[in-house]
Design a binder for this molecule. Structure first.
Ligand code: SUG
Length: 446
């Protein structure tokens, strides 16, 4: 098979903690104020990257962001030197300091939407960073995300970077967590499937309890920016009833790889119609569409949300068969584990299950698929990626040692004003930009 899917995982930042910041994401709400272990979180993520490399897959790393974000604290009226800014914020508004210290950029499925070159009229890979404007703590990510992506995908002959969409609800955009590519080889034309939670202009079906973070209007804007062909693009509304049960991104209830779409029966509104559209559009490309629908009677939406079965990664190994990468929580649930074992005998291309302990991230609502941004590339494009961010044994050892040097094994909100944490984090990130050959991507480096 030609072309590659490269997974870019977010490295967990040194201020990882549980702040209960994401209304609608039930794990985040439930674990508010629980003690976190940033060192373990970063190592769990790094081990997943290493294991995928060992499977013969291409794997990259995206650097974490600088937190607490002092420029935003200043914008909110805190003043003095950096230490005074942080101390005042802790005294007056500890929850704000917590939000601006979140390590949420680890979930790189929300960093951007990425379209492969084979689908864009100008034959380049397009990236649109997500504005993430539904949550304050995530709305500040896109500036640094842009800098990090630009330092990773530099060559303008192959890569185009678009700024975030206007920062209003009408264009709420959560990136690749609501986007799937369905097709054959990774460097050939595919059908791009955009999933939205709500249509703002002329739409009326929306969730009642929790917010719909992604708008149809944002999906359409991204499709235009990426110069996609409407004959190969599908827009699907997520079932609002599942958003109200904690499915805050589509990747909590559906995942794709090549011709395979693995999804829950309740995932989409007007499911039959939209799946028919994908089927037809795939057929036009000469591709078979393999839909694996999990019935509600086998796995409830509640079980799907608590185990993150669909937040798995389905990856194609070098032998052409597929593995499903699931979180440990999926093994611990009888209905889900039973289904997974039946599925690998069903005759679909998926014939292996790999399990990962990602508990630190899971407790904030981030499973295997949340932690990765997929970039489908051809050989030339692969060669043009900044080689320092590509995972191998040397980089693994280096990053593992770097985590040991700088990360704490316990963090709670009260620690966020500790001046030593601030110094440790900055020193760590400064060194990381050298390890990953990124140049100056952080505000404190400018
Ligand atoms: O945006 N959690 C993230 C989890 C993102 C998961 N990503 C995907 N499904 N692709 C979010 O809700 C919680 C932070 C806290 O509460 O401390 C948080 O931001």
């Amino acid at each position: 098979m030609s072309g590659y899917e490269v997974n870019f995982d977010g490295l967990v930042g040194p201020t990882h903690h549980y702040a209960g910041l994401s209304f609608g994401n039930e794990a985040s709400t439930k674990n508010k104020q629980a003690p976190a272990n940033p060192k373990l979180a970063a190592k769990q993520g790094l081990l997943k990257m290493k294991a995928l490399t060992a499977l013969g897959l291409k794997q990259g790393v995206l650097a974490p962001q600088e937190r607490p974000h002092v420029p935003t604290l200043r914008q909110l009226g805190f003043y003095g030197d950096d230490h005074q800014v942080i101390t005042q914020a802790m005294q007056v508004a500890p929850d704000l300091l917590s939000a601006l210290s979140s390590a949420s950029s680890m979930w790189t499925a929300n960093a951007a939407t990425v379209s492969p070159s084979a689908d864009s009229e100008d034959g380049r890979i397009h990236f649109t960073v997500a504005n993430l404007n539904n949550k304050f703590h995530r709305s500040i990510e896109h500036t640094a995300t842009s800098a990090i992506l630009a330092a990773t995908f530099k060559d303008e002959r192959y890569f185009v970077h678009h700024a975030a969409l206007p920062d209003v609800e009408l264009f709420g955009d959560e990136g690749a967590a609501n986007h799937n590519r369905l097709g054959g080889a990774y460097d050939q034309a595919s059908v791009q499937v955009f999933v939205y939670g709500q249509q703002y202009l002329n739409g009326n079906i929306k969730p009642k309890k929790y917010p719909a973070r992604q708008s149809l209007e944002a999906c359409q804007a991204v499709a235009r920016l990426h110069q996609l062909d409407e004959r190969k693009t599908v827009f699907i509304q997520q079932n609002p009833a599942v958003i109200d049960q904690g499915v805050f991104h589509n990747d909590v209830i559906a995942v794709s790889n090549q011709q395979v779409l693995f999804y829950h029966q309740q995932a989409f509104l007007y499911s039959e119609k939209v799946l028919g559209e994908i089927y037809q559009k795939m057929a036009m490309l000469g591709q078979e569409f393999i839909a694996i629908e999990v019935p509600e009677q086998r796995i409830s939406v509640a079980n799907a949300v608590s185990t993150y079965l669909f937040n798995s990664q389905i990856v194609t190994r070098t032998d052409g068969r597929m593995s499903i990468i699931v979180p440990e929580e999926s093994r611990q649930n009888q209905a889900v584990w039973g289904y997974l074992n039946d599925m690998i005998d069903m005759g679909t291309p998926i014939d292996e299950i790999q399990i990962f302990d990602l508990r630190e991230s899971m407790r904030n609502g981030g499973g295997p698929a949340c932690l990765r941004l997929r970039v489908a590339v051809n050989e030339q494009e692969y060669q043009a990626i900044n080689p320092h961010v590509l995972m191998n044994d040397q980089l693994f050892d280096r990053l593992n040692g770097w985590i040991d040097q700088f990360y704490r094994d316990r963090l709670v909100q009260a620690d966020l004003a500790d001046p030593m944490l601030f110094i440790e984090s900055r020193t760590a990130l400064d060194e990381l930009t050298q390890i990953l050959g990124l140049g100056s991507v952080y505000d404190f480096q400018k």
